[in-house]
Design a protein around this ligand. Structure first.
Ligand SMILES: [Zn+2]
Length: 447
């Protein structure tokens, strides 16, 4: 006869479908591991002869990684381990909820524990179909408030980081179809799509808490724990794909845009002042991640240009420094593609303005001015005729003069203590001199 079940085993909310033991059969695993004592003295099997309580005591002594390895020994042992880790006593002991105010040592230990738990749940659900696996696992973990969107308001909560490590360990090596299922499952469990819709249809900054929660959840759970770029690309594409271009641009800023020191998004600063390159670096990396995968049909240069054009006017047209700095951070290839495409579409004024601001950014951030000179040279090659090339250069030169005038007028409006306008004008004059020196030098070398 089978051992009587402990009452604590009755609390399981989800029953595994592969657990098809005949009624009344012992919970103890069948003989599958050949041990020395088994070979020498046990016709009935080593584990078969163990009382259930003793078996539990043995499992109590094992660490989470050890149980995870043990769970793969046989189907029966997997079933036994699943039973064992489904008890409230085990969950209370091993699924730690200490996500707040932890020291760095505790933080590391909690993250490591969730990595181990990810491995354990990955291994002991190996025989289940993906959807069943996820349902079974998340019936335990979705009850942790710090794992879920908009459930915890503690600023330094490490719940999302632990969730991310857990999820990435769990799905490591899964194929793309399985990962689609994971994304759909996560959307259903967390209402992710509705929450995205709520923030992208609102005025930027109005729902600052929801924006921040969305950013932290997507970054810490789905995107940042990815070890490989294609994985990160996959998740970012899944998050962006359901939405129109303008919402994708809005979402990209929510996910990767600059943050204020207090943690909310710098919507207003994008428009009003030049931000340091560190503030725009994440956004540039995200654009490069998407753009670098041109072979993926959904992400053509055209759609990327459209996203960039939308991005740089949210919430209103960005400060010239910020647009130019973002492009400079995206590198030569992307800059050339964007500017050449704009130039060929007749947007010479916009292109010229961007070039002047790029010289300013190069001067301020310490990049070599020859980079902008080469860019201008490449763009001019995109025009077929001599007069077109001349008109392009003429526009760039006129823009230098227009922007110098703008800066001069702005410097006159500031009070005497505020010399920022005047300083900017000086930097612009320096950058213009350096740009033209490089240009003339290149011309003289060709003589
Ligand atoms: Zn929390």
């Amino acid at each position: 006869m089978g051992m009587p079940r402990k009452s604590s085993r009755q609390i399981r909310k989800y029953t595994l479908t592969y657990k098809s033991r005949p009624h009344g059969r012992s919970r103890r695993p069948a003989r599958t591991i050949i041990t020395r004592s088994l070979v020498t003295s046990s016709p009935g099997g080593f584990f078969q002869r163990l009382p259930s309580e003793l078996f539990d005591m043995i499992l109590d002594k094992l660490s989470v990684p050890e149980i995870s390895v043990f769970s793969m020994a046989s189907r029966e042992i997997t079933t036994y381990v699943v039973d064992y880790i489904s008890t409230q006593a085990w969950m209370n002991k091993m699924i730690v909820h200490n996500f707040h105010h932890t020291s760095s040592l505790e933080h590391t230990a909690t993250v490591a524990q969730y990595r181990n738990l990810g491995l354990l749940f990955k291994r002991c659900t190996l025989l289940l179909p993906t959807k069943e696996r996820l349902k079974y696992i998340y019936s335990r973990f979705s009850m942790i408030p710090c794992f879920m969107l908009e459930q915890c308001v503690v600023p330094d909560c490490i719940g999302f980081s632990c969730h991310g490590v857990f999820l990435q360990t769990l799905i490591a090596g899964w194929d793309q179809l399985e990962c689609y299922r994971v994304f759909n499952f996560m959307c259903a469990t967390t209402n992710l799509l509705q929450k995205i819709q709520t923030v992208v249809t609102a005025q930027p900054g109005r729902r600052w808490y929801q924006e921040l929660q969305l950013r932290l959840f997507c970054r810490l759970v789905l995107l940042d724990p990815c070890l490989h770029q294609p994985d990160c690309h996959f998740w970012l594409t899944q998050i962006l794909k359901p939405w129109p271009i303008v919402s994708q641009a809005h979402l990209l800023i929510i996910l990767y845009g600059p943050l204020q020191p207090k943690g909310t998004l710098c919507w207003q600063d994008l428009e009003e002042r030049g931000l340091p390159h560190t503030a725009l670096w994440d956004l540039a990396k995200a654009i490069l991640l998407l753009y670098g995968k041109q072979e993926v049909r959904d992400w053509t240069t055209k759609s990327m240009l459209a996203i960039l054009q939308e991005l740089t006017v949210i919430p209103r047209p960005w400060h010239g420094d910020n647009v130019a700095r973002l492009l400079v951070l995206c590198g030569s290839k992307l800059c050339y593609t964007i500017l050449a495409s704009m130039a060929l579409n007749g947007k010479l004024l916009d292109v010229s303005r961007l070039i002047v601001y790029m010289t300013l950014v190069c001067e301020k951030d310490g990049y070599h001015m020859s980079w902008v000179v080469k860019l201008v040279q490449e763009i001019s090659k995109a025009f077929n005729t001599g007069p077109e090339k001349f008109f392009f250069i003429q526009q760039v030169e006129k823009m230098f003069s227009d922007i110098t005038r703008e800066f001069f007028e702005f410097s006159l409006t500031g009070n005497l203590e505020d010399r920022e306008g005047f300083q900017n004008l000086c930097i612009l004059l320096d950058s213009s001199a350096r740009f033209h020196t490089e240009f003339l030098q290149m011309f003289l070398k060709q003589q």
